[in-house]
Design a protein around this ligand. Structure first.
Ligand SMILES: NC(=O)c1ccc[n+]([C@@H]2O[C@H](COP(=O)([O-])OP(=O)(O)OC[C@H]3O[C@@H](n4cnc5c(N)ncnc54)[C@H](O)[C@@H]3O)[C@@H](O)[C@H]2O)c1
Length: 292
């Protein structure tokens, strides 16, 4: 493994690219939108800058890492000669399939093609390319440099050798890997979004305030973070997409997003990344909203 391309420079893509660089690989970060690419690169350099000030990493390390990270606005250049591609574009099946068709066109034939989907069927994404055996799910968690878990998702046509290689890659990145079957929502998102959606329903019904619902799960059930705070951290748009995909995949309306979640996403209040979601977010942290 020498060179990785990460496609999509948002919350996840930038974190994945950061960890790839820190593992020692030449990494190209591509985004179709220049502003997003700039924002992704900025968030990586901010992470490193704050690491230096807290003594977590040295200036020397950051210099080496920075030299290995390339921002790309051209997909063909981003994919040339890479060993591994990790896709992290929004959670829409048509978008993911069209990106995989382009990836197949420009990436070397022996490159491993991974998707960071939170819950879409990997076999469906893999059906977009001629050699589906080289497609695998690599589901990282937010924030990627900190969260230890990597879900490796194996679909029926995936090559055992490639799955083994991906597990090794994940371990080199410092992750603990689990291998899961290709069932929408995998072992994590399915439970995670149900908890978040139900917490939003409880907030809308007036069961308790957002922070009290979160405290209930933190202190009563030993969750490190409450389900509402976590939804804001992940991104309400991301969570809504996962719920809609699960409702469609399982043909089960109980997965559908609560109307309050729909309303927040439609008004662009997506959580921490936009400064407002279920909570208000600022440099100082989060505060309760009075208007929900
Ligand atoms: N946010 C999370 O906590 C989380 C956790 C695990 C997995 N995921 C999954 O990771 C993926 C990305 O989620 P995210 O939270 O990083 O989303 P995001 O919205 O923060 O980032 C998506 C990025 O993709 C870019 N993009 C859009 N269309 C593109 C295209 N055609 N080509 C290249 N780039 C394009 C956008 O400009 C944006 O920068 C989704 O599949 C999501 O379900 C998210």
């Amino acid at each position: 493994m020498r060179t990785v391309a990460v496609i999509g420079a948002g919350t996840m893509g930038s974190g994945i690219a950061q960890v790839c660089v820190q593992t020692g690989w030449e990494t190209r970060l591509y985004d179709a939108f220049p502003d997003s690419l700039e924002k992704g690169m900025f968030s990586i350099s901010e992470f490193w800058r704050s690491g230096i000030s807290r003594g977590k990493n040295t200036e020397e390390e950051v210099k080496i890492w920075s030299n290995k990270l390339v921002a790309c606005d051209n997909l063909e250049r981003a994919l040339s000669g890479v060993n591994l591609v990790i896709e992290a574009v929004p959670e829409r099946i048509d978008l993911k399939k069209s990106i995989f068709r382009k990836i197949e066109e420009f990436a070397p034939e022996n490159a491993i093609l991974a998707t960071n989907t939170s819950g879409l069927r990997i076999s469906e994404i893999a059906s977009a390319v001629k050699n589906p055996e080289r497609v695998v799910g690599m589901h990282f968690f937010n924030p990627v440099p900190i969260m230890k878990l990597l879900e490796v998702i194996k679909h029926d046509l995936a090559s055992d050798d490639i799955v083994r290689e991906v597990i090794e890659i994940g371990e080199k990145m410092g992750k603990t890997t689990i291998v899961v079957g290709d069932i929408p929502g995998f072992a994590t998102s399915r439970l995670g979004v149900i908890l978040g959606n139900e917490a939003i329903r409880m907030l809308a019904e007036g069961v308790a305030s957002a922070s009290d619902i979160d405290t209930a799960m933190k202190l009563g059930y030993r969750h490190p973070m409450g389900p509402l705070e976590l939804s804001d951290l992940v991104g309400l748009d991301v969570r809504r997409d996962i719920l809609n995909n699960l409702a469609e995949s399982f043909d089960d309306s109980s997965y559908l997003p609560h109307p309050l979640l729909d309303r927040l996403v439609e008004s662009g209040e997506l959580g921490k990344k936009t400064g407002r979601g279920i909570y208000n977010w600022s440099e100082e942290g989060k505060s309760e909203r009075e208007d929900l």
